[in-house]
Design a protein around this ligand. Structure first.
Ligand code: CU
Length: 736
């Protein structure tokens, strides 16, 4: 019970746990002994960085994703080889992503798939010990950004995780048997859980997703023994609560505004950090709802605690907050996990907290009080009273992680960060994916650097009506950056231009031997020199290596492990179901070789495939088929949603047409009256892109006086088609 300030509580809890196990002893003596042995070990001091084990998502309670292991170092990492690879047989298919950080404890690896199935593997061999199939409803339709799960938490001999259906469950860590389940929201109300929970001192803490679908965000604390809810904290503050006056009043004559906080978003997409000495838990929040951060007209005010860092006391009461983006209009939320760190500023050791955000900045605060440690200036930004723009936005001193203005693109009006968007298509950077989306940073106390991966891709935007963030237009860069930033100055130490958009995905793992590990969407798992950014090693895993990596030691052998299964919606990297572990010894007989490279994601947005002569396009989960068609001018192209999810087809050049969101089975028509090449995308799934090549009309000049495009929302819809949900938005852009 090393040095935990309220360790007495843990002891108490452990004793109760042992007593209940004693009751079962008559039946299973052997099992009892094993349980006690594990219980006795199960109170590690996770204030310290990870060593031989990796027992919580961020490696420690600070989320630093830093390991003290040094067997694999800068000199020998070139000899790192595949030790084992295990196919989970779960999460295979285009709707799934594999985003989990594995945990390792007592020689067992615990990892979850995009279907919320949990696997316990022998961490030395990859052999399956047990599996728990979630059995979640396959009809869940409110998942923001692909089916995924970021991982599990361990404590008291249990494995905790959140399901996409809004349930938190506890499994027996030795058998995988379900011990309790507690619904904390309904998926039908857009409450889905994708983040890994945090276990600390007898309590399981979890956030919820769904802020992009008008769910009201919250953090919930559950009793680890029973699953009983202890408290919840609304991240979209209500009337009378701290921050409640930053939303329209509930008696606002406009009924949409009056209810805005109830659909206020501010999801908590990732695992909180905890400082046991200060008795605080910390997390960052997503964009405000409704409508994915758009339509600011419906929610005048700062909309606390959206796009913020929030600190709570362990009883769930408010301690402090710092808002990173006021009255967000751009989906600039902050889904990456907060990191706690200590650093010297002006000769004084300070307790810091850092958050990398979709804005592309890292925000560095004093975690005792939420005040900036380096300086964050409120700078005036472009205004538009129609969307109630905030007059200023917080602007950290230091360097941004990627360009905050788009590169010029023919036919586009471009704007930089915090530019106004409303009724004209604008090309803007950062896009709704960031910057830094959910990819976790690492912090090395050795170098004092943060290691962050960011997207560098613009997005086309139009706010009016639905708060649309359209996809990145064809021809736009779809790349990223990998950066080391000095925590003392918030300035870049080194930066690598990355070929792919890596603001969502693997992020970084740092080690005491001066290495940083990172997985690429093209399947390559990589090691870099933490001081210089030099690429030292890579290994092709065979699928998008887009989950955070970990390291651990068994016997005298250090392993590095990563899940490789791609990120479906945001990155469109190759799907898979593999868990890879690497070591210097490698596999018995060196049997394991790099896998064949999968199809990599696009580095420039483009449309692939043959051009088909048809006026019918299917909107499937998740592709337009055919992706490229040709018609003569004056033809009405019929778009029909044949998928389960909501899709639309909307101009991804400056044409401005949009079918609106279509529910399964619904159709809409768009008449193209002018010859030319038209690009379009699906707003919820910006990687869904298509192209229509319109050739000269057979009827000659008759249509030349007509508008270039005409949308028919009611083109031959099937009978009894469900009505599209208003104000929902997609994922591409969102926290998850
Ligand atoms: Cu779509």
């Amino acid at each position: 019970m090393p040095g935990v300030s309220n360790g007495a509580g843990i002891q108490e809890a452990e004793m109760r746990s042992m007593r209940s196990r004693l009751a079962a002893a008559v039946i299973a003596i052997g099992f009892l002994v094993a349980s006690l042995a594990i219980s006795a070990q199960s109170i590690p001091d996770l204030r310290m960085p990870a060593g031989k084990e990796w027992t919580t998502i961020g490696g420690d309670w600070s989320n630093s994703r830093y390991s003290t292991l040094t067997q694999i170092d800068r000199a020998n990492v070139k000899n790192l080889k595949g030790a084992w690879v295990t196919h989970l047989g779960s999460g295979l298919g285009s709707k799934y992503s594999l985003e989990a950080t594995p945990l390792v404890k007592d020689g067992v690896m615990y990892v979850s798939s995009g279907n919320d199935d949990v696997f316990a593997l022998d961490a030395k061999t990859g052999a399956l010990i047990w599996e728990h199939r979630s059995g979640i409803d396959q009809n869940i339709s409110t998942v923001c950004c692909g089916w995924d799960n970021r991982g599990v938490a361990l404590g008291e001999g249990k494995v905790f995780l959140g399901y996409l259906d809004g349930t938190v469950v506890a499994l027996d860590s030795q058998t995988g048997k379900l011990l309790w389940q507690t619904p904390i929201g309904r998926w039908q109300d857009s409450y889905t859980i994708t983040s890994a929970p945090l276990y600390y001192n007898g309590v399981v803490y979890t956030g919820v997703s769904g802020g992009d679908r008008a769910a009201r965000g919250k953090v919930t604390a559950l009793d680890a023994k029973s699953g009983k809810e202890l408290w919840h904290f609304w991240t979209a503050a209500g009337p009378g609560e701290i921050g409640g006056d930053t939303w329209p009043a509930p008696n606002d004559p406009n009924p949409v505004r009056a209810r805005a906080y109830l659909q206020g978003g501010a999801s908590v997409w990732q695992t909180p950090a905890v400082d046991p000495e200060l008795g605080l838990i910390y997390f960052s929040t997503g964009n405000p709802g409704p409508a994915a951060g758009g339509v600011g007209a419906n929610r005048p005010g700062d909309n606390l605690f959206s796009s913020s860092i929030v600190a709570l006391h362990l009883d769930g009461t408010y301690a402090w907050h710092y808002q990173l983006v006021h009255h967000d209009l751009w989906d600039f939320d902050c889904p990456s996990p907060v990191i706690l760190f200590d650093q010297i500023y002006d000769g004084v050791k300070r307790k810091g907290i850092a958050e990398a955000c979709k804005t592309g900045w890292i925000y560095i605060l004093d975690r005792t009080n939420g005040k900036p440690l380096i300086g964050i200036d409120e700078k005036p930004v472009e205004q538009d009273p129609r969307v109630f723009s905030s007059p200023t936005q917080p602007t950290p001193r230091g360097d941004a992680l990627m360009p905050q203005c788009p590169q010029p693109l023919a036919g586009w009006v471009t704007k930089c960060i915090f530019g106004v968007i409303y009724d004209k298509p604008i090309l803007m950077s950062p896009g709704g994916n960031g910057g830094v989306n959910w990819a976790p940073m690492a912090y090395s106390p050795q170098s004092g650097y943060f290691y962050a991966t960011a997207a560098d891709r613009p997005q086309s935007r139009l706010l009016r009506d639905l708060g649309k963030a359209l996809g990145p237009p064809i021809g736009a860069r779809n790349a990223g950056t990998f950066t080391a930033i000095d925590s003392r100055t918030n300035k870049i130490v080194w930066q690598k231009k990355m070929p792919y958009s890596v603001g969502q995905g693997s992020g970084a793992l740092a080690t005491a031997s001066g290495l940083v590990f990172h997985g690429e969407p093209d399947g390559n798992f990589q090691a870099y020199d933490a001081k210089t950014g030099e690429l030292l090693w890579q290994w092709q895993t065979g699928a998008g290596a887009d989950a955070p990596a970990i390291t651990y030691e068994i016997g005298d052998e250090q392993y590095v492990a990563i899940a490789a299964g791609g990120v479906s919606i945001q990155t469109a990297s190759a799907n898979g179901d593999m868990i890879w572990a690497f070591s210097l010894k490698g596999s018995p007989g060196d049997r394991l070789h790099p896998f064949p490279a999968p199809r990599p994601p696009q580095t420039v947005i483009g449309v692939e495939g043959p051009v088909v002569k048809t006026n019918a396009v299917k909107l499937a989960d998740y592709a337009f088929t055919p992706g490229r068609i040709t018609v003569t001018a004056g033809t009405k192209v019929i778009f029909t949603n044949t998928g389960k999810e909501y899709h639309n087809a909307a101009s991804a050049d400056s044409g401005g047409w949009d079918t609106g969101l279509l529910a399964s089975g619904q159709s809409a028509g768009v008449t193209f009256n002018r010859p030319g090449t038209y690009s379009y995308a699906c707003a919820p799934h910006s990687f869904m892109i298509g192209q229509i090549i319109v050739t000269g009309s057979v009827t000659g000049t008759a249509i030349e006086s007509a508008p270039p495009t005409v949308v028919d929302r009611n083109a031959s819809p099937p009978a009894n088609a469900p009505v599209a949900m208003p104000g929902t938005m997609g994922c591409d852009d969102h926290g998850e």
